[in-house]
Design a protein around this ligand. Structure first.
Ligand code: GLY
Ligand code: MN
Ligand code: MN
Length: 446
């Protein structure tokens, strides 16, 4: 076990071996750690490690780089870490550093050098390799750094020693590995779901007319943190009334009004892994009739999708099922009007269900992994046991929508659970956040 992770070090070692086995012969991969980000003047945001780097190391310091080498040379180092040096003064001010000797022991890399030694150590490792691999194409500065190293190696190349002649983006290898969760990862994802579900329960019980959205946000953060999920996996959305119709609303500074719904989309992060849960409930504890009708429609559509999850199922098919169901339901309620055959054919629910049905979930809240989307943006990737996704249908009817009866306006509902594909079907990881109308009303009456 490594500090800050709930995974054994052997799992990180195995990931590195699996990755190296998929690298082209005689290639070298360079993977950068995250950087600290300034919040104001000389204070930083809480550090969040780059998730690819974290996945391969479990090492939680900024300013580090992992080097992985595919070589058939006997006894050659294959995993090499570069990290910050021990520094007594810096550590008194800013916190402990692992340093090189302890990194070799704790993270079981073959070697570890200080950042000051990069040129001296890295350039000989790069020379003679056929290709340099990177897997963080979004890090422009790091890519430039890699090109600079590559140019240095090219300049220094002596006869007989070749410089790598290609720079390859290999992010698809890591994306694919991260899409398939191990039993140990799934244990963490179950835990962070339980913590986050408890936070939603706490939020429901704390909600009262006249409170501010940020006061409910504080309840969520408290519940995450006291259970070890120190930070939310993303900015919590606590959206009363019409604010729920702003999909990424994070102002969280309005008052909660009697008769409105409150939509909360929030999840904690535990050992790097995210939960992503949404619940919608009435501020005063009782759904009005129009709110209950829309809520039940969304809930039924979610159950329809979840119950259809199994290996070989696709997001495309689930979307199809949910779209038909919501279109028919909105037509039956009179929210959508016209010819039902035409409405179904043009997926008319999309006027009110304005985002995708779900996404992969893991170390990133919108996790990596190919959806095999075609030009029609259909997601045809067959599900397999070990994949985790969200299922999050929603209906959003803004106050400003004068095409519908007044009673529907200002209703925004999303319900989101985290689902694991199993060999026989699915496991819903979101087990403790009240979801049926009866359970929510009961929970809020306590
Ligand atoms: N919380 C972001 C999402 O549901 O996708
Ligand atoms: Mn989501
Ligand atoms: Mn969400």
């Amino acid at each position: 076990m490594i500090k800050n992770t709930l995974l054994p070090v052997a799992e990180f070692c195995q990931r590195r071996r699996d990755f190296i086995a998929q690298m082209p012969e005689n290639s070298i991969a360079l993977i950068s750690a995250g950087k600290e980000v300034t919040r104001s003047n000389d204070t930083e945001y809480p550090f969040c490690q780059h998730k690819h780097f974290y996945y391969l190391t479990g090492f939680n310091e900024p300013d580090a780089m992992l080097v992985l080498i595919n070589t058939d040379k006997l006894n050659a180092a294959q995993s090499i870490l570069f990290s910050r040096e021990k520094d007594a003064l810096q550590e008194i001010w800013h916190g402990r550093r692992v340093g090189q000797a302890k990194a070799i022991d704790d993270y079981q890399v073959d070697d570890c050098f200080s950042l000051a030694e990069i040129d001296q150590q890295l350039l000989p490792l790069m020379s003679g390799k056929s290709a340099v691999l990177i897997c963080q194409p979004e890090l422009a500065e790091f890519q430039q750094q890699v090109l600079d190293w590559l140019n240095k190696v090219r300049k220094a190349a002596r006869s007989g020693i070749k410089a790598p002649n290609s720079l390859i983006d290999c992010s698809d290898i890591l994306d694919e590995m991260r899409l398939h969760k191990s039993p140990a990862e799934l244990d963490i994802m179950r835990q962070v779901n339980v913590i986050s579900g408890a936070a939603h329960q706490r939020a429901m019980q704390a909600t009262k007319t006249g409170k501010f959205e940020y006061q409910i946000e504080a309840e969520l953060l408290h519940e995450f943190a006291i259970h070890g999920a120190r930070y939310p996996a993303y900015g919590s959305i606590v959206a009363g009334g019409d604010n729920a119709n702003i999909l990424h609303y994070t102002d969280n500074d309005d008052t909660l009004n009697d008769g409105d719904l409150l939509l909360i989309d929030a999840g904690g992060e535990l050992a790097g892994y995210a939960a992503d849960i949404t619940r919608t409930f009435p501020v005063n504890g009782q759904f009005s009739e129009p709110q209950a009708l829309i809520y039940q429609l969304v809930l039924d559509s979610q159950n329809l999708a979840i119950n259809a999850i199994k290996p070989l199922q696709t997001f495309a098919q689930l979307n199809h099922i949910v779209c038909d169901f919501l279109t028919q339901g909105l037509y039956d309620l009179g929210v959508l009007q016209g010819d039902i055959t035409e409405l179904l054919a043009k997926k008319a629910c999309k006027k009110y269900f304005i985002h995708g049905l779900g996404h992969w979930l893991g170390l990133d809240v919108h996790d990596v992994g190919d959806y095999h989307s075609n030009q029609q943006r259909e997601q045809l990737r067959p599900f397999a046991a070990g994949m985790v996704m969200t299922i999050e249908p929603g209906i959003y009817i803004p106050l400003s929508d004068h095409s519908v009866d007044e009673k529907w306006r200002g209703i925004g509902v999303r319900i989101e659970d985290n689902i694991l594909v199993t060999t026989n079907g699915f496991e819903n990881l979101t087990i403790n956040a009240a979801k049926s109308i009866a359970d929510i009303e009961q929970m809020m009456s306590q």
